[in-house]
Ligand binder design. Structure first.
Ligand SMILES: [Zn+2]
Length: 196
């Protein structure tokens, strides 16, 4: 059962896993900057502070009180906008909601709580998304490069790209700028340079 006290105190053998000093609760999201959330190997502890930073109330939710489903603690990303984060913790007697400054903080806390409860490592999402996203980005960059070239041509902007090709009449190597007309020094044929 949860325990409400006036001061923050760790129990014997209790160790802090992580803490965040800007965590609000669902009932008072405005109090974001004054509340601290501490995860220990035994409990989630919400330290509520007044405007002057003085501890008002300490609520201790034992990790053993968190509902489990298929071996996982029911600690889920709550409703929020896309920037701030919200975590719903389903306890046997109530559901508490914590508000975080950033959505990534909320995701990190869910992973940390899950790891502490189950003792198993949780895979973190890469900050760059999965590799599929990365490949999409590379393909997009590549197609944009092609598009820029196409657009330049469409608007009649002369290309400044250096190209090398062979004279179509005698096969001598020719070089210059793309779309430039060059006279072959060997056979005298005029050729418009094309990117190959
Ligand atoms: Zn030639």
């Amino acid at each position: 059962m949860k325990e409400i006290t006036k001061e923050f105190r760790l129990l014997p053998e209790e160790a802090v896993v992580c803490r965040d000093n800007k965590v609000g609760d669902g009932a008072n999201p405005i109090g974001l900057k004054n509340n601290e959330l501490i995860l220990t190997n035994q409990a989630l502890i919400h330290v509520k502070k007044d405007l002057f930073g003085k501890t008002k109330e300490v609520i201790r939710y034992p990790l053993a009180d968190i509902c489990m489903s298929q071996g996982k603690p029911q600690v889920l990303l709550g409703k929020g906008d896309n920037v701030t984060g919200s975590v719903d913790v389903f306890l046997q007697y109530e559901t508490v909601n914590f508000k975080f400054e950033w959505k990534t903080d909320a995701e990190e806390w869910i992973a940390s709580i899950t790891e502490t409860v189950t003792g198993e490592k949780v895979e973190r999402k890469s900050p760059f998304g999965d590799m599929g996203d990365f490949e999409d980005l590379m393909n997009m960059a590549e197609s944009v490069t092609g598009t820029v070239k196409g657009l330049k041509k469409a608007f009649g902007i002369a290309s400044t790209e250096a190209v090398a090709c062979k004279c179509p009449s005698c096969g001598a190597p020719l070089s210059g700028v793309e779309d430039e007309v060059v006279i072959c020094p060997f056979c005298g044929a005029s050729t418009k340079l094309k990117d190959e």
